[in-house]
Design a protein around this ligand. Structure first.
Ligand code: UTP
Length: 276
């Protein structure tokens, strides 16, 4: 059973400056809910209720969001506005929250390694909250937990991207197991289109086995001088097994302004337009 889920949220979110100068990117709302709450809801639905954040400077608002706000809650008690807090209250009641810090932003691999104190020695999920995922029938993490039960190895979520976008992702190659599953044999971080082994890009959902920590410790900084999780996963794929899963559903890249606006329009139509 996977119970733990890590949320690396230490990044600077420079693509959203000046909005992210003093506010975490993960607190940007899609309509009326911050990105990080969508992400924790997806984890909780998959049964991953031990939530661990790898935070950095200027990210205090995330801790406050997953806590009681006495004054505000007292103020709106008994009014219709209480309903707006139902979702977050349920999460606070159903999950535990732990926090650790990444002092220097040395890459996603380094951020995940900083989470070792929270995770320990069990398989765990990793969610990048700026990738907002909508599962077709069940959440993307739930789909991946189901697969983990079968394969018992690390799993990365993938999606097909246009060739001119491979430079923004880790891109995989591998042996096709089924229409939705590939056993990874190669992985390249942010390749130019001509260097990309395929158009299958890794998105922000992972299930990792805990041996990844030792592998990351032995992984030197790669692209951009950062410790890349892609490099560590390639080692794991070559010495053990990593599966890549084409999930059922849709992803919005809310780390970019275009993806953020698309997600906002999608949720606005879903939540409000249909009632108009
Ligand atoms: P990104 O590169 O997309 O996020 O990292 P960023 O650095 O915050 O955004 P930009 O590019 O400057 O706009 C993917 C995820 O990994 C986390 C980020 O918080 C984000 O959720 N991350 C990345 C860390 O926690 N630490 C790092 O050192 C790097």
């Amino acid at each position: 059973m996977i119970k733990k889920c890590l949320f690396p949220v230490a990044g600077y979110g420079t693509r959203f400056l000046p909005a992210t100068k003093a506010m975490p990117k993960e607190m940007l709302p899609i309509v009326d809910k911050p990105l990080v709450q969508y992400a924790v809801e997806e984890a909780a639905q998959a049964g991953l209720t031990d939530i661990g954040f790898v935070t950095g400077r200027g990210k205090r608002a995330i801790e406050d969001h997953f806590d009681i706000s006495y004054e505000l809650e007292h103020q709106i008690e008994g009014t219709g506005k209480e309903q707006a807090l139902e979702g977050i209250r349920n999460l606070i009641e159903g999950c535990t929250f732990s926090y650790t810090r990444q002092m220097n932003m040395q890459g996603l691999g380094d951020a995940i390694l900083k989470g070792e104190t929270i995770i320990g020695d069990s398989p765990f999920g990793v969610v990048l909250a700026d990738d907002l995922c909508i599962g077709e029938d069940q959440g993307v993490l739930s789909q991946m937990v189901g697969l983990f039960k079968q394969y018992r190895c690390s799993i990365v979520a993938i999606e097909e991207v246009p060739a001119d976008q491979t430079h923004s992702y880790g891109v995989i190659d591998g042996e096709k197991i089924s229409d939705t599953l590939v056993r990874v044999t190669d992985m390249v971080e942010k390749p130019a289109p001509e260097a990309a082994p395929s158009n299958l890009a890794i998105i922000g959902r992972y299930i990792l086995t805990p041996d990844i920590f030792e592998i990351i410790r032995n992984t030197p900084p790669g692209k951009n001088g950062e410790v890349q999780i892609t490099d560590a996963l390639l080692t794991q794929a070559r010495t053990g097994c990593v599966m890549a899963y084409k999930f059922r559903g849709r992803r919005f890249d809310c780390g970019s302004v275009g993806g953020f606006v698309e997600a906002t329009n999608y949720y606005y139509e879903k939540l409000y337009d249909s009632n108009a």
